[in-house]
Design a protein around this ligand. Structure first.
Ligand code: AMP
Length: 210
């Protein structure tokens, strides 16, 4: 099963991808996490991506497509995978098509812009493994500590209010057209992302198993 999660930043793609990755035993691939990891370890791709990420803009297609291609070539992706944060442009979706990657299902998580700002400002991520939490809706067992790996929870630089606005603009201009792209192919399911995490998971799983 090859699955894509679409949605604005903060819509809950990562949260749902993580749960469904556990349920279906297929890896979650977050290009955002891979880029942040590259940035932390100071690789060439990380350095190239830095200014774009910090400004809330998309990293150029050729860099992200190359990263994705390398990741899905790894053994653990042979039985399928969940893409979280890729594709983000029509060119990236076309790149998947031309790599011969047949996507089975696309789940679009819909959340209104006004709610996104509140969500992103309360989001905290593990600086070690990238797992995502929220100060109100998804608290870790111990404040400031990742449930999964014990790493420290931090606020992403691009989750600060000044960058959120730019990221939403970029989403509407460059990523939202992907809904029509996958709808036309009969692969899209739109879910209401304003509900509880469990309700969204149940709807997503019903679509994936249907
Ligand atoms: P995310 O963690 O998915 O919100 O991604 C954080 C940032 O990484 C984005 O704001 C972009 O700057 C960059 N990024 C992640 N995935 C992509 C992608 N598929 N295409 C371009 N830029 C990306």
């Amino acid at each position: 099963m090859k699955i894509i999660f679409l949605g604005a930043p903060g819509a809950g793609k990562g949260t749902q991808a993580e749960i469904i990755s556990d349920r279906l035993s297929i890896p979650q691939i977050s290009t955002g996490n891979i880029l942040r990891e590259a940035l932390k370890s100071g690789t060439e791709n990380g350095l190239k991506a830095k200014t774009f990420i910090e400004a809330g803009q998309l990293v150029p297609d050729e860099i992200v497509i190359g990263i994705l291609q390398d990741r899905i070539a790894q053994d653990d992706c042979a039985g399928g995978f969940i893409l979280d944060g890729f594709p983000r442009t029509i060119a990236q979706a076309e790149a998947l098509d031309s790599m011969g990657i047949a996507i089975d299902r696309v789940i679009d998580i819909e959340v209104a812009d006004e709610a996104i700002e509140r969500r992103l400002s309360g989001r905290r991520v593990c600086e070690t493994c990238g797992s995502s939490y929220h100060l109100d809706h998804k608290k870790p067992a111990v404040e400031g500590v990742c449930d999964k790996c014990g790493g420290t929870l931090i606020q992403r630089k691009d989750d600060k209010p000044e960058t959120i606005c730019e990221r939403l603009k970029v989403y509407h201009e460059q990523t939202e057209p992907l809904k029509a792209y996958y709808k036309e192919k009969g692969k899209l399911c739109e879910v209401d992302g304003s509900r509880a995490i469990e309700a969204i998971t149940a709807e997503a799983l019903a679509f994936l198993e249907g």
